[in-house]
Design a protein around this ligand. Structure first.
Ligand code: TXE
Length: 506
């Protein structure tokens, strides 16, 4: 791994360096629990140094003032580099997260598009908008101009390290901000690799700082410093709340994406085989470690038994294994800690009176010896659920599908159930009646709703949640707005005495 991700892994003030106190942390391969490598763990002092360096560069360099078009040449170069490094970067991502190589490659293709999209989208900001019309005197030049926000801290989770980082990086750098990158301590390796690519793509060293660290060691500095202007966070609800509180102290901009418990509503008119495939894909990709996973099946009674039986059969057939093995359809959970959390949720479901139809445990080591060391958890289907249960309301972030049924023809109950969540990130509506599918989709209080498919996204469309799934949006043109200050320049071209005060002249 050292040839792909060399040490040291901190990048501060234009230098690769170890942490000030020499601390390191092992990063673990979730496939077999082996140590991949030791990663430098930044201290609070390192975080202070990174903030100071980012601030200094923001204040003294041309970077914030050059045109978006100039900066966007680096974004295009980054997109090309992502493609030429795809094989190696995907391998790093797979070894560190456990996801399959195919998934890692899809992530890299997706973020290549994100860099290309923002290269075009940000260039539009160079065109200053002149306000004219009856409310602006003719002698006035009234201009709306765009400026970077300043020093932006980008905090990312372990499930999609490359993807989540690039959703933030591309718009932040396109608009002239300086970024401090803080990947998850659980899966830092692809971020270290990506930071090297950023420098190769021509982004100035001063505009990029990288802190591999725990949230506990650097989070307080990054989220409370007067010299940080924005925090963009993707992660869990509890951490998100803490970050919002910390940012409130200095009234920083703060965008958070905090996951979801996403309904997938299936009407009885669906083709059965198609619906089985839809439901299985929506929930079990990446072992359910997806913020938009369709973890909550809400199914119309007439099709329910057959659909559930089909989903159980398909869940039992999913091939788990090493993400590097092309035969693997899904990998392990990311860590022992997360495995324990998912297991505990199954026990909780049993205590709540639900019935585990399949999975609910680690694979049997006698039957699957090659999975015995890793953090694997079998695809799990839980029936007999109702909306009051914690297993239905809380994000397990594992391969767990809960089943709720609604009476035939009762569209309103389906909508009520799908909206009965504190979250609101994503959902699905499946019906051969396209008009009904779209009608129901419009009633769901979720940031993205798919009809007759599940899980697709595009760089061109906004992504984000209602309710406790977060605030702000990533991707699309609003994803750019998060990183931009809007300034109004009001220039009087024929100055006159303002004449407000009539007092004697001194
Ligand atoms: O995430 P955390 P965890 C959900 C999922 C999961 C749960 C907890 O349900 O089981 O969150 O996961 C950094 N200041 N999601 O504990 O803690 C941390 O180092 C600053 C949903 O692993 O939220 C990491 O970089 N930063 C999700 C990042 O926050 C801090 C994806 C996320 O870690 C910090 C992942 C602090 N005080 C988990 N404490 C999604 N929305 O997709 C931690 N961090």
């Amino acid at each position: 791994m050292s040839s792909l991700v060399p040490s040291p892994t901190l990048f501060i003030d234009g230098q690769w360096c170890a942490s000030s106190d020499g601390k390191t942390r092992p990063t673990i391969n979730p496939y077999d629990a082996s140590v991949i490598m030791e990663v430098d763990e930044a201290s609070a002092e390192d975080a202070q140094r990174a903030v100071a360096a980012a601030k200094r560069f923001f204040q003294t360099s041309d970077w914030p003032r050059c045109s978006c078009a100039d900066r966007c040449t680096h974004l295009k170069r980054m997109a090309d580099l992502l493609q030429s490094h795809k094989a190696a970067l995907a391998k790093v991502e797979t070894i560190d997260t456990g996801k399959t190589l195919g998934e890692s490659e899809i992530d890299i293709d997706d973020v290549t598009n994100v860099f290309r999209f923002y290269a075009e989208e940000a260039s539009k900001l160079d065109q200053e908008k002149r306000i004219t019309g009856p409310l602006v005197p003719e002698s006035v030049k009234s201009l709306i101009v765009h400026e970077p926000v300043g020093v932006c801290v980008l905090i990312t989770p372990w499930n999609y390290p490359i993807l989540q980082l690039c959703w933030k990086l591309a718009p932040a750098l396109a608009t002239g901000n300086c970024v401090i990158i803080k990947p998850s301590e659980v899966t830092p390796l692809s971020t270290v690799y990506l930071t090297r690519l950023l420098l190769e793509a021509g982004f100035p060293a001063g505009a990029v700082q990288l802190l591999t660290a725990t949230g506990a060691s650097v989070g307080p500095v990054l989220t409370t410093s007067d010299d940080v202007d924005l925090v963009s966070f993707t992660g869990g609800l509890a951490t998100g709340r803490n970050i919002i509180r910390s940012c409130a102290e200095t009234v920083k901009r703060c965008t958070v994406e905090l996951g979801g418990k996403n309904p997938n509503v299936v009407f009885a008119d669906c083709d059965l085989e198609w619906a089985i495939d839809n439901v299985v894909t929506a929930v079990f990709v990446h072992s359910g470690q997806v913020c938009s996973a369709g973890a909550r099946l809400i199914v119309e009674e007439p099709i329910a038994d057959a659909l559930v039986a089909g989903v159980v059969k398909r869940a039992n057939e999913i091939v788990m294994g090493n993400g590097l093995d092309p035969a693997s359809e899904t990998g392990p959970l990311v860590s022992k800690e997360h495995l324990d959390k998912v297991q505990a949720y199954v026990e909780l479901a049993r205590q709540e009176g639900a019935k585990v139809l399949c999975g609910g445990t680690r694979p049997d080591p006698a039957q699957f010896p090659h999975l015995a060391q890793g953090f694997f958890f079998l695809p799990t289907v839980i029936d007999g659920c109702d909306r009051t249960m914690r297993i239905v309301q809380e994000e397990t972030f594992g391969p767990i599908l809960t089943i709720e049924r609604f009476p035939a023809g009762d569209e309103e109950t389906a909508i009520m159930l799908a909206n009965d969540t504190k979250y609101g990130l994503a959902g699905g509506v499946q019906s051969r009646d396209q008009a009904r599918a779209e009608r129901v989709a419009r009633r769901l209080r979720h940031g993205t709703v798919w009809t007759n498919t599940y899980g697709a996204y595009t760089a061109q469309a906004e992504w984000g949640g209602y309710g406790m799934s977060g605030n702000g949006r990533e991707l699309g043109s609003k994803g750019l707005d998060e990183y931009v200050e809007v300034k109004h320049l009001w220039s009087e071209t024929k100055p006159e005495m303002m004449g407000w005060f009539k007092g004697a002249r001194m």
